[in-house]
Design a protein around this ligand. Structure first.
Ligand code: F6P
Length: 737
C-alpha cells in the first residue's frame, strides 16, 4: 500500500509543482491587470465626483478650500494623493502624501487622459490623469494617485490560497487514485494468490472481465513454468549429488539449509580407547545423510551418544562425516526426563504405535505431552539461534517434531519449512484417538510442504484434517489452507543414495558370501535368507520366524537347506513393548532352532546387536534372498539397500505389501506379512527361483532404485520448496506494487 501511494503521490505532487511554477506568475499578472482596471475605474469615479466641486473652488479662487477638499478626499486608505497640474506641467496644488517621485511632468508621458503604473521604493502606485477645470483661463489636469500596495498584499494571499488549494487537491487526488488502484490490485492479488497457492487455479468465474485477461496470462505463465520444472525433475534421469547441488544453488538461491531430527547421523559412544563413531540404524539417517553431504548446512539433532559431549566444540557443534567433514552437526542435549517424555513416551509409546497398524496400543500421557511440547520448543529455539538469515530452508524430520513447523513459523515467518513424515499416517478414526490431535495438526500445517512416502498416506492426512479442522482443502492440488496459510501435502517416496558408498570398500559377491558363511557357520549349500532391522514390533520379525517354521513343517526337504540370518539392532529397549518383543524373538528363535536344528545346521542365526552399514552391505551381498515382511512401514529402505547392493544382479527380495517400498518394487515377491503360509511359500519360491528370473526381477528393481534415488527424492522436495519461495516472493512483490 505504501509503495502504491508513493508511486501515485510523488508524480502527482511533481506535476502540481510544475504547474504552480509556471501558472502562479500568470495568475499574478491576470490579478494585477484586474486590480489595476478596478483602480482606474475608481480614479474615474473620483475624478467625476470632484469635477463640480473643483470648478467652484477655482471660480471662487478659494485655494485653501480646494486644498482642504482634496485632503478630505485622500483620507481614503487606497487613494493616496491628488495633484492639480497646470498647462505648463507644473503643480498647482498637491495633497500631503503625494510621493516626491511623482510630478506633473508625468503628463508628458500619459497625457491628460491616461494612466501609468509607477514603481516606488516602498511599493507601486497607479497614476491616472483627468482634465479638471481651469485657472486663469488655463486648463488644469488632476493626477489621481492610488496606492497599489493592497494589490501586492491581495496578490500574495491569493497566490497562497491558490498554492494551498492546488496542494490539497493534488494530495486528495493522489490518495484517491492510489486507493482505487490499491483496491484493484488487492483484488487481483487475492485472485492470483488464491491461484498461486493452488486453490482455484483454473477457475475464472470469480474474476472481473477486466482483470480476467491479465490473470489468465499470469496463470498461463506460472503453469508453464511449473510444468517445465516438473518435467525437468521427472525426466531428469541422472540424479546425482551434483544435480542436487545445482537445484540448491540455481533454484533455491543457496539458502541456509537446516535438517532437524531427533536421531543424529553420527553417534559418539565411549569405547575402551576413546570415543567410537556409530552410524545409527535409521532409515531417516540413511536417506538424509547423503543429502546433507551434497548440500552442506547444519543438521540439528539430539546428542544421544555417551561420548557426544566430549567431541563437540564450545557451540555444541562438530563437523561431519568424520572421514571427510562437509557439514555441521549441532547437538542438542536433553535431560533424562525430557528424553523419557519426549522420545520414549509421546513419540514412541504414543505416535509410533498410533501411526503403525501393528496392533500395539498407543499410550498417551499428559506428562509425556508436556515434555514433547517442551522439547519441540527447545529445538525451535536452537534452530532460530543457529539461523542468521530471515528465510532459511528448514527440513524437519519425522513424528518427533510435529509441533516444530508452527513453533518455527512464529520465530521465522519467512522461512521455507518442509516436514517429512517418515512413518505411515493412519486413517482419520485412528488418528482421532490422540488427545492432542488439534494442536498437532495445526502446528504441522504451518509448514509449506508436508511430505509422506505414499499418496495413500497423504490422503489419510487430508481426511484427518478434513475431519478435525475448519480449513479449506483442495484435493486436486493437495493443499490445505488454514488461517490464510497454504500447506502442500505431497508424496515423496524416499530412497537411498546410488550407488551406496559402502559398496566401494567391499569385495566381490563371492568373496562376501564366503566370508559371511564362514563367520556364521553356514554351509555353502544352504540357502541364506537375510533379515535386517531395528528390533521393532512393526518389522514382523517373529512372524518371519513363524513363516520359516511353517515352511520347515510343511516341506521336510527344506530342512537343512535354508537358514535365516536375522540382524536385530536393539532399539528403544527401555520400553516394555520392545522388551517383550526382544524376549519373544529370542525364545521363538531358540524354540525353532531346537525344533529343527542339527549339529551342522541352524534354521535361525540371530545377530542381536548393531551392525555398521558396511557390515550390513556385506550381508546383503552374501545372501540368496532378503525378507522385509514389515507389518506396517512408511517406506523401508532395507528393501532398496538390498537391491542396490546386488550389482551381480542376483538375489530375491520378499517384500511386505504394507511397506511403502512395495509400490515401487512390484518385481519383489510380495506378501501379506500377517499371512504366515503366504510368507512361507514366498521363502520357498525364493529358494527355488531360477537364475534368469532372479536376474530379470533384480534388473528391473535396480533400474527403479537407481532412477528414483534419494537425490531425486530430495530434488523433488527442494524444487517444490523453490516454487513455494518463488510464489512467496511473487506475492510479496505484487503486494508491494
Ligand atoms: O525410519 C523411521 C524412523 O522412525 C526414523 O525416523 C528413526 O530415526 C528410525 O526410524 C529409528 O528409530 P530411532 O531413531 O528411535 O532409533
Amino acid at each position: 500500500m505504501r509503495a502504491i501511494l508513493i508511486r501515485f503521490a510523488v508524480p502527482t505532487l511533481i506535476a502540481v509543482s510544475i504547474l504552480a511554477f509556471f501558472g502562479v506568475p500568470y495568475v499574478d499578472r491576470i490579478l494585477a491587470d484586474w486590480f489595476r482596471s478596478d483602480v482606474d475605474m475608481r480614479a474615474q469615479l473620483v475624478a467625476n465626483s470632484m469635477e463640480g466641486s473643483v470648478d467652484n473652488f477655482l471660480e471662487n479662487d478659494d485655494e485653501k478650500g480646494l486644498a482642504r477638499y482634496l485632503a478630505s478626499i485622500t483620507t481614503d486608505e487606497r487613494l493616496m494623493a491628488i495633484a492639480l497640474c497646470g498647462a505648463d506641467a507644473k503643480a498647482v496644488l498637491s495633497t500631503e502624501r503625494t510621493p516626491p517621485e511623482i510630478s506633473c511632468a508625468i503628463l508628458r508621458d500619459i497625457g491628460d487622459r491616461g494612466s501609468s503604473l509607477v514603481k516606488l521604493a516602498n511599493g507601486s502606485v497607479e497614476v491616472s490623469s483627468f482634465p479638471m477645470g481651469s485657472r486663469n483661463g488655463k486648463a488644469l489636469t488632476a493626477l489621481i494617485i492610488h496606492d497599489l500596495g493592497f494589490i501586492d498584499r491581495r496578490q500574495s494571499s491569493a497566490r497562497n490560497y491558490v498554492l494551498a488549494l492546488a496542494g490539497v487537491s493534488a494530495s486528495v487526488l493522489a490518495l484517491f487514485l492510489g486507493f482505487v488502484f490499491w483496491l484493484l490490485i488487492r483484488r487481483w492479488v487475492n485472485e492470483l494468490v488464491g491461484d498461486i497457492r493452488g486453490r482455484r487455479f483454473l477457475d475464472d468465474a470469480r474474476s472481473e472481465p477486466g482483470s480476467r485477461r491479465i490473470l489468465t496470462q499470469i496463470r498461463r505463465v506460472l503453469r508453464e513454468a511449473e510444468t517445465s520444472q516438473r518435467l525437468e525433475i521427472d525426466f531428469h534421469e541422472n540424479w546425482t549429488p551434483q544435480a542436487l547441488q545445482q537445484v540448491v544453488r540455481d533454484h533455491l538461491g543457496a539458502p541456509e539449509v537446516f535438517i532437524v531430527s531427533n536421531r543424529e547421523p553420527y553417534i559418539h559412544n565411549a569405547g575402551p580407547s576413546g570415543p567410537v563413531v556409530q552410524v545409527p540404524a535409521s532409515g531417516m539417517v540413511t536417506a538424509l545423510e547423503p543429502i546433507m553431504r551434497a548440500c552442506s548446512g547444519t543438521w540439528i539433532a539430539h546428542g544421544s551418544g555417551t561420548a557426544d559431549r566430549q567431541v563437540v566444540d564450545a557451540h555444541d557443534r562438530i563437523q561431519v562425516p568424520p572421514e571427510d567433514p562437509s557439514y555441521s552437526l549441532r547437538r542438542v542435549w536433553l535431560r533424562t526426563e525430557e528424553e523419557q517424555g519426549f522420545y520414549y513416551g509421546f513419540s514412541n509409546e504414543g505416535l509410533w504405535p498410533l501411526c503403525h497398524l501393528a496392533y500395539v496400543r498407543p499410550a498417551f500421557r499428559e506428562a509425556d505431552w508436556q515434555q514433547y511440547q517442551a522439547v519441540n520448543e527447545k529445538f525451535a529455539a536452537v534452530v532460530a539461534a543457529e539461523s542468521g538469515s530471515k528465510d532459511p530452508l528448514i527440513l524437519v524430520q519425522d513424528y518427533h517434531f510435529a509441533l516444530l513447523p508452527g513453533l518455527l513459523r512464529e520465530r521465522k515467518p519467512r522461512a521455507t519449512i518442509a516436514l517429512f513424515w517418515h512413518i505411515p499416517w493412519p486413517n482419520a478414526e485412528t488418528f482421532g484417538v490422540c488427545p492432542w490431535k488439534l494442536q498437532i495438526l495445526t502446528h504441522m500445517l504451518a509448514a509449506d510442504i508436508l511430505g509422506f512416502h505414499t499418496r495413500y498416506h497423504c490422503q489419510n492426512f487430508l481426511a484427518t484434517v478434513d475431519r478435525f479442522l475448519e480449513c479449506q482443502i483442495d484435493h486436486e492440488h493437495m493443499t490445505v489452507t488454514l488461517g490464510g496459510r497454504v500447506c502442500r501435502v505431497v508424496p515423496y517416496p524416499i530412497s537411498i543414495e546410488w550407488p551406496p558408498r559402502w559398496l566401494a570398500s567391499l569385495p566381490d559377491v563371492n568373496t562376501s558370501r564366503e566370508a559371511v558363511r564362514a563367520r556364521h557357520g553356514i554351509a555353502s549349500s544352504v540357502c541364506l535368507g537375510l533379515g535386517v532391522e531395528r528390533w521393532d514390533f512393526t518389522k514382523g520379525i517373529v512372524e518371519r520366524f513363524l513363516a520359516l517354521e511353517a515352511l520347515l513343517d510343511k516341506d521336510r526337504a527344506a530342512r537343512g537347506k535354508i537358514t535365516l540370518l536375522q540382524v536385530a539392532a536393539p532399539s528403544r529397549s527401555r520400553l516394555p513393548a520392545y522388551q517383550a518383543l526382544q524376549a519373544q524373538t529370542l525364545s521363538e528363535a531358540t524354540r525353532i532352532n531346537e525344533k529343527f536344528g542339527t549339529e551342522n545346521w541352524k534354521p535361525i542365526v540371530l545377530i542381536d546387536h548393531h551392525q555398521e552399514p558396511r557390515e550390513v552391505f556385506e550381508l546383503f551381498r552374501a545372501s540368496d534372498f532378503c525378507i522385509v515382511n514389515s507389518l506396517h512401514d512408511g517406506m523401508n529402505l532395507v528393501a532398496k539397500e538390498f537391491v542396490a547392493a546386488r550389482d551381480d544382479q542376483d538375489g530375491v527380495l520378499i517384500l511386505s505389501t504394507f511397506a511403502g517400498a512395495s509400490r515401487e518394487l512390484p518385481e519383489a515377491l510380495l506378501v501379506n506379512p500377517f499371512d504366515v503360509s503366504e510368507t512361507a511359500a514366498a521363502m520357498r519360491t525364493a529358494m527355488q527361483m531360477g537364475r534368469d528370473e532372479r536376474r530379470e526381477r533384480m534388473k528391473l528393481m535396480r533400474r527403479t532404485v537407481k532412477e528414483n534415488n534419494v537425490y531425486r527424492w530430495a530434488g523433488r522436495m527442494l524444487m517444490d520448496a523453490a516454487r513455494m519461495r518463488q510464489r512467496q516472493s511473487l506475492t510479496k512483490n505484487i503486494l508491494e506494487l
